[in-house]
Design a protein around this ligand. Structure first.
Ligand SMILES: [Zn+2]
Length: 125
């Protein structure tokens, strides 16, 4: 991601409107690019100041800490979604293997035996 692209995404980040597929890229860029980090921090401070005027739920003025927390929370969200995705993929694969096993077991038990022998004869098994 380029600096220009990251800067363009700052308002979307602050409003939680950044597309999921861009969020990780954005966070990675901001964390490794001091210039974009400063830019984000500035906007974040202004954004929180406006929020603070609207209601006083932000009792802390430690903007750097609040930004760190916000980045961290959004990163954790990405990881959680990814875990769910892998978990789902793994479940589907496992059910397919079980179904395939049942299919062979029912239709051709001797073939299953051949496959089993083939697997156990593989080096390293
Ligand atoms: Zn940058």
């Amino acid at each position: 991601m380029t600096c220009a692209e990251a800067e363009r995404l700052v308002p979307a980040y602050l409003n939680n409107e950044i597309p999921q597929e861009k969020l990780e890229e954005f966070i990675l860029h901001v964390k490794s690019c001091p210039s974009c980090y400063d830019e984000l921090e500035t906007y974040f401070t202004i954004y929180l100041a406006i929020q603070y005027l609207d209601d006083d739920k932000y009792s802390s003025y430690n903007m750097k800490k609040l930004l760190e927390e916000d980045l961290h929370r959004k990163e954790a969200g990405i990881r959680k979604r990814r875990r769910l995705h892998y978990c789902f993929g793994g479940t589907v694969l496992l059910s397919e293997m079980i179904l395939l096993g049942i299919f062979f077991w029912v239709s051709a038990p001797e073939m299953l035996e051949d496959i089993w022998n083939w697997i156990t004869m593989m080096p390293g098994v």
